[in-house]
Design a protein around this ligand. Structure first.
Ligand SMILES: [Zn+2]
Ligand SMILES: [Zn+2]
Length: 315
């Protein structure tokens, strides 16, 4: 009788262990949520490299608690959809920039939803540009149409046009409050949209407005019991713009000039170094791999590497 009870105990505890462990990140890091904000298309020379960092005062102050990489690059196609695909999938793909094509490989959001068997309301893509809705799926037959994150892109989804960043910002706040997502990709379009229109003041205003949104989102996170001290925020760009004096300068982008390739990586959260300017050469595809690393899973389809030099030691 005693032996039977003992065996039953072993059985139950083993089952419990395997069931529960599935839902617990085993990375050893403090990060349990990751929010990735993409500021669309500012040149590095107008963000971190501008004198006194005048257009990004909030991020400049947040650096006290975070890290910026000064040698961070988009080494693929320097356009919106390809840039977002690279950071989300860890794979450079010269994908159509009009929202007519799905990425060939799964994103870090799909991997996370599958790994931890989570509901789609826990991973979100919220974007001012409707075409970024293609990031929710991929053509890889093992993944297509499975583990798709929730989307809120453009006016009313794919093919409906862009919307104002202020609307995207409101959506972000609503989704954070109502769903408490673990993973979120946010796109703010204004620097890119104004620059294409040749509006240099609007371009700078877009950089300053998005800096305000970023600070407000971080403030919200650190004042919310669910997110506080266990959420990592990353700010990056899909691409820069042509180097000053080259072609039409800040108006366009899309080639391999320094201005188009050199982009921002700013990170703040419990596992990042503080007040740290990192000079290690990292690139856009490393974002997906680093997020996966923090949340305790691997992305075999990613070519990126873990950005070890910006991380604090594990507990
Ligand atoms: Zn553009
Ligand atoms: Zn260029």
């Amino acid at each position: 009788m005693r032996i039977k009870t003992f065996l039953l105990f072993i059985c139950i505890s083993t089952t419990l262990f395997f069931c529960c462990s599935k839902d617990i990140p085993i990375s050893g890091y403090k990060t349990q949520n990751v929010i990735l904000i993409v500021v669309d298309g500012p040149r590095y020379s107008e963000t971190w490299d501008f004198i006194n960092r005048s257009f990004i005062p909030n991020r400049s102050a947040m650096l006290q608690e975070g890290v910026v990489c000064e040698n961070f690059y988009n080494n693929g196609t320097t356009s919106t959809v390809p840039g977002h695909v690279a950071m989300c999938t860890g794979f450079y793909q010269n994908i159509n920039n009009g929202g007519n094509e799905y990425p060939s490989e799964p994103s870090v959001l799909q991997y996370w939803l599958k790994t931890y068997n989570q509901n789609s309301s826990k991973a979100w893509i919220i974007s001012s540009k409707d075409k970024l809705a293609v990031l929710a799926d991929c053509t890889n037959p093992e993944w297509h149409n499975t583990f798709k994150p929730s989307i809120d892109c453009g006016n009313l989804g794919l093919g409906t046009g862009y919307r104002e960043d202020s609307t995207t910002y409101k959506k972000v706040k609503t989704v954070l409050a109502n769903y408490h997502p673990t993973l979120m990709l946010i796109n703010f379009k204004q620097p890119d949209a104004a620059a294409h229109a040749g509006d240099s003041l609007g371009y700078i205003q877009g950089i300053m407005d998005t800096d305000n949104y970023i600070a407000s989102i971080w403030q919200y996170i650190q004042n919310d019991e669910y997110y506080k001290n266990k959420t990592t925020l990353i700010v990056t760009n899909d691409h820069g713009r042509h180097t000053a004096g080259y072609l039409d300068g800040f108006i366009s982008h899309g080639d391999t000039c320094q201005g188009c390739k050199h982009i921002e990586f700013f990170g703040i959260g419990p596992d990042f170094k503080k007040n740290f300017v990192c000079s290690t050469y990292y690139e856009q595809i490393d974002i997906a791999t680093t997020i996966a690393h923090l949340l305790g899973f691997k992305m075999p389809t990613s070519n990126g590497k873990v950005m070890d030099n910006i991380l604090l030691k594990k507990n």
